[in-house]
Design a protein around this ligand. Structure first.
Ligand SMILES: [Fe+2]
Length: 371
């Protein structure tokens, strides 16, 4: 199979190459990710700079969907090669515009399940950004890395750029993995990571919002089908626990990636005053979300700090301009959101669903998880 690949350099041509054979072991191409090379892909004038994602400035001649349709193989090849690309010049203005560009890429949008904070479902599988305080960062994470099926591609479209800051950062998950201490990686590969959630009516998404149903039975069925242990509280709240792989293989490149939300959803990533407040109100076992080692052991503040520091050192960022499109390979790259001031409207499309089972998980889902 041929894959499209961009060569390193400041201005790049895109051409077809055969990926190295040793990378192909355990690789299972995911539906929608196989790329046609039957006709030469148009060239992309790619800009690469240290500290920023790959970027391309395009003149779509008033037809962004037509441009994307004609350049789909090249754009997807750049995402495979670099993990993310900022496309400037397509004039993303609303949810329908973002959905159209994703569809022009030839990948399917998917609904979000198990959200940790509410979003507005705008149209066609495109959502508002997660409601999260503007002055608090959203640290690096991979979208829905705790689900059994997650987006292979994230598409962010900037409708209103913030006055200051508020970039969506990206970090290469293969580089993050390589930078972590061997013992820590070994432990997470062996035990996986555990996500515990406690749904209430005040903080984050309610269980009905997260599971898309107000029917308790439907939620229980979903949990059983998706390897999620659950327990109802007497007050109607819901607690869940799920154990997942912390390291996976990319389904297209075979590259090992640090793929999880161990740090982002851990109590030690919260601002100290917020953590103290939540622990006081809900208790350490009742936090809206928290992460542990897969065997249930707590993760120390030092480990969470190390993970966030490794992400920070590898963060590539480019300030938003209205109309920008940022495509992120959700397995290869983590993403973040910086604090900001002023209005900010960045829409999100989750696309190209990938099954955890196709990513060589290291953790057995049939092992029982208890509270
Ligand atoms: Fe996200």
């Amino acid at each position: 199979m041929n894959f499209m690949r961009a060569l390193p350099g400041s201005r790049l041509a895109v051409h077809a190459v055969e990926p190295p054979g040793h990378d192909l072991q355990e690789r299972t191409p995911t539906k929608g990710q196989t790329m046609s090379t039957s006709s030469p892909a148009p060239l992309l004038d790619l800009e690469l700079r240290a500290g920023g994602p790959a970027a391309v400035r395009v003149d779509a001649g008033g037809d962004p969907i037509g441009w994307m349709t004609g350049h789909r193989d090249s754009v997807r090849a750049v995402v495979v090669e670099h993990g993310a690309v900022l496309v400037r010049g397509l004039g993303v203005a609303d949810a329908a515009g973002l959905a159209g560009l994703v569809q022009a890429l030839g990948v399917a949008l998917m609904p979000e399940r198990e959200a940790f904070a509410p979003r507005q479902d705008l149209a066609d599988g495109v959502y508002s950004s997660t409601k999260w305080p503007a002055n608090q960062p959203m640290c690096m994470h991979h979208e829905l890395s705790y689900a059994l099926e997650f987006p292979g591609l994230m598409a962010f479209g900037c409708v209103v750029a913030p006055d200051e800051d508020g970039a969506t950062g990206v970090a290469d998950a293969a580089e993050v993995l390589a930078a972590l201490p061997d013992e820590l990686v070994d432990r997470f590969e062996r035990d996986g990571w555990l996500l515990s959630r406690s749904y209430n009516e005040e903080i984050g998404a309610s269980w009905a919002e997260a599971f898309g149903s107000e029917d308790r039975g439907a939620v229980e069925d979903y949990c059983r089908a998706h390897a999620i242990a659950f327990r109802w509280d007497p007050d109607g709240g819901l607690r869940t626990r799920q154990r997942r792989s912390a390291v996976v293989r990319h389904p297209v490149t075979g590259r090992r990636c640090w793929f999880n939300q161990v740090a982002f959803l851990n109590q030690w990533t919260l601002a100290p005053e917020i953590r103290e407040y939540l622990v006081e109100v809900y208790g350490e076992d009742g936090l809206p979300f928290n992460t542990r080692f897969g065997n249930g052991d707590p993760i120390g503040e030092d480990v969470v700090e190390l993970l966030n520091d490794v992400y920070t050192a590898r963060t590539a960022r480019q300030p938003w301009q209205a109309g920008d499109l940022l495509l992120v390979d959700n397995i290869r790259c983590a993403h973040s959101r910086e604090p900001y001031t002023g209005p900010r409207e960045v829409l999100v499309g989750m696309a190209d669903p990938v099954r955890l089972a196709d990513c060589a998980p290291t953790v057995d889902l049939t092992t029982e998880v208890t509270f």
